[in-house]
Every structure is written in structure tokens, then in C-alpha cells.
Design a protein around this ligand. Structure first.
Ligand SMILES: Nc1nc2c(ncn2[C@@H]2O[C@H](COP(=O)(O)OP(=O)(O)OP(=O)(O)O)[C@@H](O)[C@H]2O)c(=O)[nH]1
Ligand SMILES: [Mg+2]
Length: 205
């Protein structure tokens, strides 16, 4: 399936502290298997996936950002136009959980206040090292009006569900008219074709 055959193009940003598993989750989602020897992201990496949800074909533009502090000003430049954000924390690392408030604020400030957010509590395969409980994370997400899901990029647990849930949320908002569908059509549908007069003006002969 090509972009031309899609109904919509959704831009997503994947953000959160370094080492939480953003790249590992994305790799599992796009390749259907765990990544071996994942490297720290330097700046921003782009990937894409076309899916069908609720009878709509969606092209997902996926922008994986570096979590390390020194890349923050660079990565924020890529938030613009994002409809959704997947904000990842590591359930074995309390700093990454405490940073969520700041990440939510960044997503809303640098994309737009209406950006849809799903918080992902990753690395739940590390049961014994877990320091953030599901209940605690769920409560935080309720208070901040964002979705919540737990995943493991190692086992693949709920990885597809995380990406699907945020996409369904966006499709629901489209159906309700909260999001303007005209703005997120594939480009070929929205690009204005030159009329005859314009064509003549462009002609070099
Ligand atoms: N046990 C376990 N390890 C994971 C999981 N996800 C990622 N990791 C490991 O965590 C480390 C960091 O993973 P990355 O995917 O590079 O994390 P990141 O958030 O992209 O990091 P930055 O690019 O620095 O922002 C790697 O050693 C991964 O193998 C998981 O679900 N379970
Ligand atoms: Mg990364």
C-alpha cells in the first residue's frame, strides 16, 4: 500500500528520557521483532508504517527522538505538526517517571495543546526491578488526561496495542470533528493542480 492509497497521514513523536526503550519499541512495532544491539539515538530518526484501523488506511509518520538532555533543543524542532505523542518511561527508573510532567508540557507547548498523548510504561519484563507501580502510573495519567499502557520491547508485550490505541483515539476525534481531516490528507490530495492559465504562464516556449 502506498501513501497515495491512504486516507490520512498522522505524525507521531516518540519522546521521553534516554534509555527508556523508545527506539526498541519503535523497532519492534515496525519490524515485528526485538532489536539487538540498539544504539543511543543521536538527534532524530524517522520511520513510517501504514496500517488499517476502523476501515481507514493510515500512514503513520514516526519520529523517534533522542532522550539525552543535550539533544533537547534540537528534537523540539520536530514536534510541530504532530497529532499524537507516545511518551515513554521505564518502570524500573523513577527519574524517567518523574520527568513525565515536563515531557507532557513540552509536547503540548511545542506541538499544540490538543496533541493526543499516550504514556508508555516500558520494560515490564523486569518485574523484580520495577519501582513504579501500575496503579501509581494510572493515577498520574488520569490526573493529566492522557492514555496509559504498559509494554515490553523485549517480549513485544502490548507494543502494537500502544500504537493502535493512540491511532484509534485520533480517529475518534476525527469522526467527532475535533480534528480537521482536510489538514491530514496525503499530500497528493491536497496539492492544488495548476489550472490552464497557470500552466501557460509557466510555459517556457
Ligand atoms: N529488559 C528490557 N530492556 C529494554 C526494553 N526496552 C529497551 N530495553 C533496553 O534499554 C536500553 C535502551 O533502549 P533504547 O531503545 O535505546 O532506549 P531509548 O529510549 O531509545 O534511548 P535514547 O535513544 O538514548 O533516548 C537498551 O539496552 C535496550 O535493550 C524492555 O522492554 N525490557
Ligand atoms: Mg533511542
Amino acid at each position: 500500500m502506498t501513501e497515495e492509497q491512504c486516507d490520512y497521514v498522522f505524525k507521531f513523536i516518540i519522546i521521553g528520557n534516554g534509555n527508556c526503550g523508545k527506539t526498541s519499541l519503535l523497532y519492534h512495532y515496525t519490524h515485528g521483532k526485538s532489536i539487538t544491539n540498539v544504539k543511543q539515538t543521536l538527534g532524530v530518526e524517522f520511520s513510517a508504517k501504514i496500517i488499517q484501523v476502523k476501515q481507514k488506511k493510515i500512514k503513520m509518520q514516526l519520529w523517534d527522538t533522542a532522550g539525552q538532555e543535550r539533544y533537547r533543543s534540537l528534537t523540539k524542532g520536530y514536534y510541530r505538526g504532530a497529532l499524537g505523542s507516545l511518551i515513554v518511561f521505564d518502570v524500573t527508573n523513577s527519574d524517567s517517571f518523574e520527568a513525565l510532567k515536563e515531557w507532557i508540557k513540552c509536547a503540548r507547548d511545542f506541538s499544540k495543546p490538543s496533541i493526543q498523548i499516550i504514556i508508555i510504561g516500558n520494560k515490564i519484563d523486569l518485574e523484580k526491578e520495577r519501582v513504579i507501580s501500575e496503579q501509581c502510573a494510572k493515577q498520574f495519567c488520569q490526573e493529566n488526561d492522557v492514555l496509559y499502557i504498559e509494554t515490553s520491547a523485549n517480549t513485544g508485550y502490548q507494543v502494537n496495542e500502544a500504537f493502535t490505541q493512540i491511532t484509534i483515539k485520533l480517529l475518534d476525534l476525527l469522526q467527532q470533528g475535533v480534528i480537521d481531516g482536510g489538514m491530514i490528507k496525503p499530500k497528493f490530495l491536497t496539492t492544488k493542480q495548476p489550472d490552464e492559465k497557470e500552466k501557460q504562464q509557466q510555459c517556457n516556449c
